[in-house]
Design a protein around this ligand. Structure first.
Ligand SMILES: NC(=O)c1ccc[n+]([C@@H]2O[C@H](COP(=O)([O-])OP(=O)(O)OC[C@H]3O[C@@H](n4cnc5c(N)ncnc54)[C@H](OP(=O)(O)O)[C@@H]3O)[C@@H](O)[C@H]2O)c1
Length: 254
């Protein structure tokens, strides 16, 4: 399949590599910053462009993987193409594309992607949606080539999944960053806490999280909770987070 990739960030990079390995022909990479387009294009032997007017018109598939707020603008530039146009966003409605192009779809990988960390696409759930049966068949086939977990999900369900993903991934990662800040301020290294993070994630692979919650809030150890809060008096924003999350843990016990 002849594919044009619009975007050269975290998702575009991993998707391009996975498609290339499966023999798909990613012919062009667009990115506003030509250096970024070049970096990815070089990896997969594609042409790099930074002008939407130069997008090839004869591709079978256009994958828009730019920041959510730019998807509509990029789609506007694809009005004339006859190929299928998809985006990779969890929360953007398919109508953002179908208002601009005839064949529209969604190709949303439910994983956290950073260019610096390799991923195995075959274990990544791929959520697809399309505005026509033949378009859905095309996406289903392509998704099944790179992943063992393909889900046909409507936009409503996909948005719920993305919201849950923010709680399950983005927020915990931010909390790791805050833990690192507390450690660093006190001369301790993040390394010491990595086994704890790994075990916490591992436990929920075989248990429901609410059944394996530990810590002072779930034990209602008020003196420990108060000591922690007093240790955070110089960092009121962390104190707020500590209080909110501890109250939330206590609520799940009721
Ligand atoms: N990262 C994840 O874990 C993840 C997971 C699933 C889905 N997604 C979705 O995948 C899409 C891409 O996310 P990402 O994390 O890969 O983003 P990213 O790494 O931040 O890359 C964003 C891309 O958008 C381009 N861009 C920025 N502003 C633009 C504009 N005004 N017009 C056109 N292009 C613009 C950037 O180009 P330059 O670099 O040239 O500026 C870059 O190629 C988003 O829809 C996101 O919701 C992300």
């Amino acid at each position: 399949m002849k594919i044009v990739l619009l975007g050269s960030g975290n998702v575009a990079t991993h998707l391009a590599k996975a498609l290339k390995v499966k023999g798909e022909d990613v012919v062009q990479v667009y990115s506003p910053n030509l250096n970024h387009a070049n970096l990815l294009a070089h990896l997969i032997a594609a042409e790099a462009i930074n002008d939407l007017n130069e997008v090839k018109q004869d591709a079978d598939l256009y994958i828009i993987s730019v920041k959510d707020d730019a998807i509509e603008t990029v789609a506007q530039s694809l009005k004339q193409v006859t190929g299928l146009v998809v985006h990779t966003s969890g929360t953007t409605d398919i109508s953002v594309l179908s208002a601009q192009v005839k064949k529209a779809g969604v190709f949303y990988p439910l994983q956290t992607f950073s260019k610096s960390k390799e991923v195995s696409f075959e274990n990544i759930p791929l959520c697809i949606e399309a505005n026509g049966e033949s378009e859905l068949t095309i996406l289903n086939k392509l998704a099944a080539k790179i992943s063992r977990q393909v889900y046909q999900l409507d936009g409503g369900k996909r948005k719920v999944l993305h919201l849950a993903a923010v709680f399950a991934c983005n927020f915990p990662n931010h909390l790791y960053a805050l833990a690192n800040k507390i450690l660093n301020q006190n001369g301790l290294d993040f390394e010491i806490i990595r086994p704890l993070i790994a075990e916490t994630a591992d436990k929920v692979m075989s248990n429901l999280p609410e059944n394996v919650q530990t810590g002072p809030a779930v034990r209602a150890d008020e003196s420990t909770l108060n000591k922690h809060l007093s240790m955070l008096t110089d960092m009121p924003e962390l104190q707020n987070i500590y209080l909110t999350l501890s109250d939330s843990i206590k609520l799940t016990l009721k």
